[in-house]
Design a protein around this ligand. Structure first.
Ligand code: DP6
Length: 316
């Protein structure tokens, strides 16, 4: 029986938005994330000599079309890079609230990178590079806690690593569900449109270099106000760069929650961030979660702590 790999998803505090190399997913800027504790993907890869192509089951359903093609493309890369001869049966389960619009390629490709190379015992750096080829944000889900993906300049130099001395057990990410449908358009498409056409793209890249420095300093100081401020600003800058090409992910409820958080900021440390979808994620700490949740009673929420990196276990 193939072993199972669990990868937690991660939420970017400083966003990856734009590629210098589309095929290898080398980003135009470094990013920084928090791995979450209770949203994850579990995957097993069973190489079988009798298969004539990769077969992929997601949540018990055999995949076809784009979903299958993306996984097959990744597996072709693994076969070429590591001289694997066989096709595989890939079984994956996304443990996220049903259809929450959060099913993430980050946890999916981090789990697949490890599960497809278990026999090779790759180190974390190599796994991060490999996961990146599947989905950029997956490079960060290899690790626990707070993680930086240094953009690098090529395949060798672009990988994520844990931020030293960043252990912060009180940190919380409150996910606020706005829309449980599939997102309007993929992050890959949106970031390509932005990097090719947005008048604000160069400014985004330049500012994000500074945002990383500010965020790392705030983490070193365990200064939630400083971290949250740059997290929120960075998210708005990312979305502004996208809006400049006439595209957005925000919905009325997204804005409602942003307003609630902004009002609360006068009293407590709460800061919002949004990704390629309308859901809002709110960065805070343990001491202020209850007060925050009191103001979000009409929304479905989920409170996350920092989570572990990749874990491997035997099927029960
Ligand atoms: C907004 O990692 O999904 O979540 O590399 O094309 O697969 P691809 O993109 P993906 O993009 C994530 C974008 C983001 C920001 C982030 O996670 O850093």
């Amino acid at each position: 029986m193939a072993k199972i790999v669990r990868a937690n998803t991660n939420i970017a505090l400083i966003k990856y938005w734009g590629k210098a190399d589309e095929a290898l997913k080398i980003p135009t800027n470094s990013s920084l994330s928090m791995t979450l504790d209770n949203l994850y993907t579990e995957t097993s890869v069973d190489y079988q000599s009798e298969l004539s192509e990769d077969v992929f089951y997601l949540d018990g359903i055999q995949q076809t079309g784009k979903s299958l093609e993306r996984v097959q493309k990744f597996m072709d890369y693994v076969r070429k890079e590591y001289n694997v001869k066989e096709y595989a049966l890939i079984t994956s389960y996304n443990h996220v609230p049903s259809a929450a619009g959060l099913a993430s390629s980050a946890s999916a490709f981090a789990a697949l990178a490890k599960a497809s190379t278990l026999h090779l015992n790759l180190d974390d750096e190599a796994l991060s590079r490999l996961a990146r080829v599947g989905s950029g944000s997956a490079s960060r889900s290899v690790y626990e806690g707070l993680v930086e993906w240094e953009k690098g300049k090529d395949h060798e130099t672009s990988f994520a690593k844990p931020i030293p001395n960043s252990d912060w057990p009180e940190l919380r990410m409150v996910i606020c569900f706005v829309n449980e449908e599939k997102k309007k358009f993929s992050s890959g498409f949106a970031m390509q449109e932005t990097s090719q056409k947005s008048a604000y793209f160069d400014a985004w890249v330049k500012q994000s270099h500074e945002d990383i420095v500010t965020a790392k300093k705030a983490i070193e100081e365990k200064n939630l106000n400083k971290l949250g401020t740059v997290v929120q600003e960075n998210a708005l800058r990312m979305h502004a760069s996208l809006m400049a090409v006439n595209k957005w992910y925000f919905e009325p409820k997204t804005i409602e929650i942003m307003n609630i958080v902004e009002t609360l900021q006068a009293e407590i440390p709460v800061y919002f961030t949004m990704d390629a979808g309308p859901n809002v994620k709110i960065l805070t700490d343990e001491a202020h979660v209850d007060q925050l949740l009191n103001h979000l009673k009409e929304y479905k929420t989920m409170v996350c702590k920092t989570g572990k990196g990749l874990t491997v276990y035997d099927e029960l």
